[in-house]
Design a protein around this ligand. Structure first.
Ligand code: HOZ
Length: 428
C-alpha cells in the first residue's frame, strides 16, 4: 500500500500540533509506526485514508460508531438540525428528548446532565461525589482510564499505559494525594482500604468492563462486592460507562450485570459520533448540581443540538428488536475465529470479550487486571498490528485499547479479517 500522502501530512502536522496529533495514542508510536494514517472519509465499517486505501475499521472512532460510519438515519437527523442552527447556548427540546432516552435505558439514572466529553463527565461526577459526601479521597483501579482530569491519571490505562507514562508532569502531587489506585478485580484490597479509611472515601469509580487496558471483564462478584462495600462505608459507586454504555447492552454494563451504581458517566455512543458526555444518577445526588444545588459545573456547548440529534437518532436504532443479538453474533464469530487462528498458528494469545468489545493479548496468562495485561508481548502486538494494517484491517495501535465491532460489519468483513489474521499469525 502507498501511504505517501499520510506521511507528508504527518510531517506538516508535526510542525504545528504537538506530536502531530490531537490525542496521543493516534500517533501510533508504541507500535513503531513512523506516522499515523490520515483519514479522508468513512462509510459503514470502512475507513479510507488520504491515499485512497480502504480498511475494515475496528476502532470505530474509539467506540462511538456502533452503527458504523455515515448511518443514514444519523446523517439525516444531523442535517435536519443543521437547518435550525449549530449552537444556541440555551435549552432545546432535543436535550430533554435525549435525557429521557438515557433515563429510560440506564436503570440507575434518574436525572442526567449533558457535557461535551467523557473526561468532563467523570471529572464532574467526582466533584459531585465529593460535594455530596463531604469527603475528599477517591478510589480508582489500576489500568482503568477515566479521561485526563488531574485526579484520575494515576495508574491510568489507554494512552498513559500505551506510552508508559507513570503520571503526568503538570499534575501537582497534592492533587493526586486523595486518589487511591487499587488492582482491578481485587475486592479484598478494596475491603482492606475501606476498613481502614472508609469514612474518608467519597467514591469508588470503576469501568464495569475495563476497556482501556485492552478488554478486561469484571470477575464474578466483583461489581456486586463493590456495590456492597460502598453502601456499607457510605461512599458513592460511580460506573464509568463512557465505553460500555449502550455498547455491551442497551442499558450498559449495569443492566448486563444487574448492579445499580449511584452515578453513571456516559459518552461516545450517546453522541452518535459527535462530541458528547453525560453524567447522571440518583435524584437526591444529582439535585446537588448548580443551579439546583451548590456543586458547580457548566459548559458553553453542553447539550449541543447537533450532538443531541445524532445521539437520539443513534439510540433509536439501538432500540430496535434484535439489534444487540445480531451484534453479538458477529462479534462472537470474530473472536472465536481469531482464537482459532492463534491456536492454529501456535501463538500464545488470550481473548477477552464482552459483547462487541474485545481485547487480544499476546500472553499465556489469564488477563484479569492491569498487571496481567502488561504481560502481553508488545513486539508481537506491533507485528500483528502492522501485518493486519497491510492487509486492510484497521486496529487500535495499542494492546491497551479495545476492539469494537459495529452493526455495519457483516460475515464478509469478518471472513476477510480472519483470513488476514491467519496469514499474519502463521508468520510468527
Ligand atoms: N483514549 C481514548 C480511547 N481509550 C481516545 C483515544 C483517541 O481518541 O486517540
Amino acid at each position: 500500500m502507498d501511504y505517501e500522502t499520510s506521511r507528508k501530512l504527518f510531517e506538516q502536522a508535526l510542525t504545528i500540533i504537538p506530536g502531530g496529533v490531537n490525542s496521543p495514542v493516534r500517533a501510533c508510536k508504541s507500535v513503531g509506526s513512523d506516522f499515523p494514517l490520515f483519514i479522508n472519509r468513512a462509510d459503514g465499517c470502512m475507513l479510507y485514508d488520504a491515499d485512497g486505501n480502504g480498511f475494515i475499521d475496528y476502532v470505530g472512532s474509539w467506540g462511538p460508531m456502533i452503527l458504523g460510519h455515515r448511518c443514514p438515519s444519523v446523517i439525516l437527523a444531523i442535517s435536519e438540525v443543521l437547518d435550525r442552527g449549530t449552537s444556541f447556548g440555551a435549552p432545546t427540546d432535543l436535550e430533554i428528548r435525549l435525557a429521557e432516552m438515557l433515563i429510560d435505558a440506564v436503570p440507575s439514572v434518574e436525572m442526567v446532565r449533558m457535557v461535551n466529553s467523557g473526561t468532563e463527565a467523570t471529572m464532574s461526577a467526582i466533584r459531585l461525589a465529593r460535594g455530596f459526601t463531604g469527603r475528599d479521597t477517591i478510589i480508582k483501579f489500576d489500568g482503568c482510564y477515566h479521561g485526563h482530569a488531574d485526579t484520575l491519571l494515576v495508574e491510568a490505562g489507554s494512552g498513559v499505559a500505551t506510552l508508559g507514562i507513570p503520571g503526568s508532569p503538570g499534575v501537582p502531587e497534592s492533587f493526586v494525594a486523595h486518589t487511591l489506585s487499587l488492582p482491578y478485580n481485587d475486592i479484598g484490597c478494596v475491603r482492606d482500604v475501606m476498613e481502614k479509611q472508609g469514612e474518608k472515601i467519597a467514591c469508588v469509580i470503576v469501568e464495569p468492563v475495563a476497556g482501556n487496558m485492552g478488554l478486561v471483564p469484571p470477575a464474578d462478584g466483583f461489581l456486586e462486592a463493590l456495590r456492597d462495600v460502598t453502601q456499607k462505608s457510605g461512599n458513592l459507586l460511580i460506573f464509568d460507562e463512557v465505553m460500555t454504555g449502550f455498547r455491551v447492552a442497551y442499558g450498559g454494563a449495569q443492566s448486563l450485570y444487574g448492579i445499580s451504581p449511584d452515578l453513571t458517566c456516559l459518552g461516545k455512543i450517546i453522541g452518535g459520533g459527535m462530541p458528547v458526555g453525560a453524567y447522571g444518577g440518583r435524584r437526591e445526588i444529582m439535585e446537588q448540581m448548580a443551579p439546583q444545588g451548590p456543586v458547580y459545573q457548566a459548559g458553553t456547548l453542553s447539550g449541543n443540538p447537533v450532538a443531541m440529534a445524532a445521539g437520539i437518532a443513534t439510540i433509536e436504532r439501538l432500540k430496535k428488536p434484535g439489534f444487540y443479538e445480531s451484534l453479538e453474533e458477529t462479534s462472537a464469530l470474530l473472536s472465536s475465529g481469531l482464537e482459532e487462528a492463534a491456536k492454529k498458528a501456535g501463538v500464545n494469545a488470550v481473548f477477552n470479550r464482552v459483547g462487541s468489545m474485545m481485547g487480544m493479548f499476546f500472553t499465556d496468562k489469564r488477563v484479569s487486571n492491569f498487571e496481567d495485561a502488561k504481560t502481553s508481548d508488545l513486539n508481537l502486538f506491533s507485528a500483528y498490528y502492522k501485518g493486519m494494517l497491510e492487509r486492510g484491517i484497521y486496529l487500535a495501535p495499542s494492546p491497551f485499547e479495545a476492539l469494537f465491532v459495529s452493526a455495519a460489519h457483516d460475515g464478509s468483513h469478518i471472513e476477510a479479517t480472519l483470513k488476514a489474521a491467519e496469514e499474519v499469525l502463521s508468520r510468527f
